[in-house]
Write a protein that binds this ligand. Structure first.
Ligand code: KG4
Ligand code: ZN
Length: 339
């Protein structure tokens, strides 16, 4: 018997809705908000207003694309946090009222756990290997950089974390210094493909354990450019692709070094990546190399599951639904933590 789950994601600047039959994805609609681009970052107030405008059409389209009627849904899963409170409130309020209207269970989902569980989304007719427990997941996004020991669907332990900026922020800030548009990660990635990653060297931070730091890299990148621009005002323009390739290589090396350490320390060789930065071609190539060397069994998400999407909320929601873990109407969103 089918079990249709509607997932709703509204934690940051993407309004998304997806319909899954158990873990099989039938639709995944994402409305990205362009309004923030001219501000060089997400403006929370504008984000919640855009979610309000987008949420009904996005859910409507997700149901249509899946060819599922709302009265056929078994449960509604929504992102409870972490994220921007005003944005989360839009999805949470909609999910609550929809579940009352339809008389079906409500399931709350942690956004970071969902990024990790996106590896369990199946697609009709497509063979896919899914990770076995325990595995390690590097969750890298605009707000987070964590190494997570995943023992079971909802038994996750953060064994490494950033002490300052997230990896996505490192990409975005480097892009900003180079005068590139926001969000800078994808732009740096694109230009890096035409550049030489060995052109320039930036020192990597020396942080104990499995933690990360990216703020020093940003500062040294800034000083490096300032010094070169003094001698050659056209330095940035002439070397743009090499600068992107070199900073990307450094960020990827910092991430891979810590993953290697985490794998050595835990003895776990099943390694996944998740989150917006897992779309980065340098990181994906580095992971594929590990797989080819026979050292790790790697799990790289499809592009549509790297950045924020509701399919990952629905799949996490399905596992909770199956376990009978329902949310009630008194549940409120949270902006931080919660893993
Ligand atoms: O997971 P996500 O969509 O939203 C958050 O929860 O933060 O991640 C967004 C982050 C941004 O910092 C963006 O620049 C980065 O992911 N990003 C990339 C790439 N695509 C997105 N960074 C590097 N290379 C990419 N291809
Ligand atoms: Zn995210």
């Amino acid at each position: 018997m089918p079990q249709y789950i509607l997932g709703i994601e509204s934690s940051c600047d993407d309004t998304s809705a997806a319909v899954l039959n158990q873990t099989v994805m039938l639709s995944n609609v994402i409305a990205s908000q362009k309004v923030h681009q001219e501000f060089g970052g997400v403006v929370p107030e504008l984000a919640s207003r855009a979610h309000q405008q987008n949420i009904i059409p996005v859910i409507d389209l997700a149901l249509k694309n899946a060819n599922v009627r709302k009265d056929e849904l078994s449960a509604i899963a929504f992102t409870r946090g972490p994220g921007l409170l005003g944005s989360l409130l839009v999805g949470t309020s909609f999910a609550k009222s929809f579940s009352i209207g339809l008389g079906i269970p409500l399931v709350e989902v942690n956004h970071l756990q969902a990024h990790i569980l996106s590896h369990f989304i199946l697609r009709p007719g497509i063979e896919k290997q899914i990770p076995e427990f325990p595995f390690l997941c590097l969750t890298v996004s605009g707000g987070h950089t964590q190494i997570v020991l995943v023992k079971d669907f909802f038994q996750m332990e953060i064994i490494g974390n950033t002490i300052d900026d997230a990896a996505g922020e490192a990409f975005d800030k480097a892009a900003k210094i180079l005068g590139l548009p926001y969000p800078g990660g994808p732009v740096v990635d694109k230009l890096a493909k035409e550049g030489n990653p060995d052109a320039f060297r930036f020192s990597k931070p020396n942080i104990p354990g499995l933690d990360f730091s990216f703020s020093g890299l940003k500062t040294s990148f800034l000083y490096f450019l300032r010094d070169h621009l003094k001698k050659d005002p056209l330095f940035m323009e002439t070397h743009m692709n090499d600068l992107c390739a070199s900073i990307q290589r450094t960020i990827v090396e910092i991430l891979i070094d810590k993953l290697e350490k985490a794998s050595r320390e835990t003895g776990i060789t099943q390694i996944a990546i998740a989150g917006g930065v897992s779309a980065n071609s340098g990181l994906r190539t580095a992971m594929e190399k590990k797989q080819a060397e026979g050292k790790w069994n790697v799990f790289i998400p499809e592009f549509q599951f790297t950045t924020d999407n509701a399919a990952m909320i629905a799949v996490a929601g399905f596992f909770k639904f199956k376990a009978g873990e329902f949310a009630d109407q008194s549940m409120t969103p949270y902006s931080r933590g919660g893993m």
